[in-house]
Design a protein around this ligand. Structure first.
Ligand SMILES: *Cc1c(COP(=O)(O)O)cnc(C)c1O
Length: 347
């Protein structure tokens, strides 16, 4: 079975397992785990931030950042299809008592004027006050799209002038960096808080991190414990993440190359299915509105043919390439997927 449901399905490599096995550990609730401490310093430095905090999930890293930036009764602005509003089960409202308001952009691609035009900072006693804006890069439901750095920079300058903070949901910032060549420090310079994920394209079994000022991280550490995610000998997990940072970033270009070949092969069947320019990283989102099939029907048919894909709503079929997907499997996908799409295309 070829599994392209997500880049989270990867299994730790031999090298990663060896790194886990030999990691020095300690009790992280006491701050005594040398491996996680080193990882937090390493990743914070990479993004030009003072400190980092390891979390079991990206959702928790996002939520700790939101908690840090937005007070109860205030609002966070984010894109309509972002993970924070669609895939974290209302955690911002539940954990932090905040509200969200969304702007919508095609394929999730940021245009600074969109959030700026709905921002209402210091709105007084009648209207909810905006305190922060979240940007997702790459944009998951947008199809792995990359946020233009000029738009991020513009949004930073303009929103800072309004007194607003910015959060980066960088679960796949690794992919954005590899595809765009923009450094992590450059991305980091535009945000107050960042979340990154080690268990997506980088292939670690567990783990994410919040990055911010030392003060915000020290407060987030208390909240992490309060939420029940204080952990003990997590050097075992940090070693996997550290191995992933050392070995698995540049190879993401391979995932992007394979995703692009899938996108091009589908576009050849019909340009209405996908514009390959909108699949710049490791996600291929096929728009099925020009077919007579739903995403779940095609997911079931593809499963019969030995390929697992994802249904994102009724007419979006998603393939995600990753480190456990090789050229031999790609060949089979290029045989099976375009042929199936050709069959269901409404001409
Ligand atoms: C996967 C993902 C997260 C974090 O998800 P967890 O499953 O909680 O680790 C956050 N943001 C985006 C855009 C993601 O794709």
């Amino acid at each position: 079975m070829i599994d392209l449901r997500s880049d989270t399905v990867t299994k730790p490599s031999e090298g990663m397992r060896a790194a886990i096995a030999s990691a020095p550990v300690g009790d992280d609730v006491y701050g005594d785990d040398p491996t996680v401490n080193a990882l937090q310093d390493r990743v914070a430095a990479l993004f030009g931030k003072e400190a980092g905090l390891f979390t079991p999930t990206g959702s928790l890293a996002n939520q700790l950042a939101i908690k840090s930036l937005v007070s109860p009764g205030e609002e966070l602005l984010t894109e309509t299809q972002s993970h924070i509003v669609r895939a974290e089960l209302g955690a911002g409202a539940v954990f932090s008592g905040i509200t969200t308001r969304t702007w919508s952009s095609a394929h999730g691609i940021l245009q600074a004027n969109e959030p700026l035009s709905i921002a209402s900072p210091d709105a007084g006693p009648y209207i909810v006050s905006t305190t922060a804006i979240a940007v997702e890069n790459t944009h998951n439901f947008g199809g792995g799209t990359i946020q233009p750095i000029e738009e991020i920079a513009l949004l930073r300058t303009e929103s800072k002038a309004l007194g607003l903070k910015m959060h980066l949901d960088g679960a796949r910032i690794w992919n954005a960096h590899v595809a765009s060549g923009i450094t992590f420090a450059d991305y980091g310079s535009h945000f107050d808080t960042i979340s990154v994920c080690f268990s997506k394209g980088l292939g670690a079994p567990v783990g994410s991190m919040m990055l911010a000022s030392a003060e915000r991280i020290s407060e987030a550490r208390r909240w992490r414990k309060r939420y029940g995610a204080g952990m003990r000998q997590i050097g075992l997990l940090a070693a996997a993440a550290d191995f992933a940072i050392s070995h698995n970033i540049e190879r993401l270009a391979e995932d992007h190359r394979r995703a692009s070949l899938i996108a091009h092969a589908c576009a050849e069947i019909s340009p209405l299915l996908i514009d390959p320019a909108l699949a710049p990283t490791n996600i291929v989102a096929i728009d099925l509105r020009c077919t007579d099939s739903t995403a779940s029907q095609l997911v079931a048919e593809l499963k019969e043919l030995g390929v697992l894909a994802g249904a994102m709503g009724s007419h979006l079929l998603r393939f995600v390439t990753h480190m456990d997907f090789d050229d031999q499997q790609l060949e089979k996908v290029l045989e099976v997927v375009p042929a199936l799409l050709k069959r269901v295309l409404v001409s």
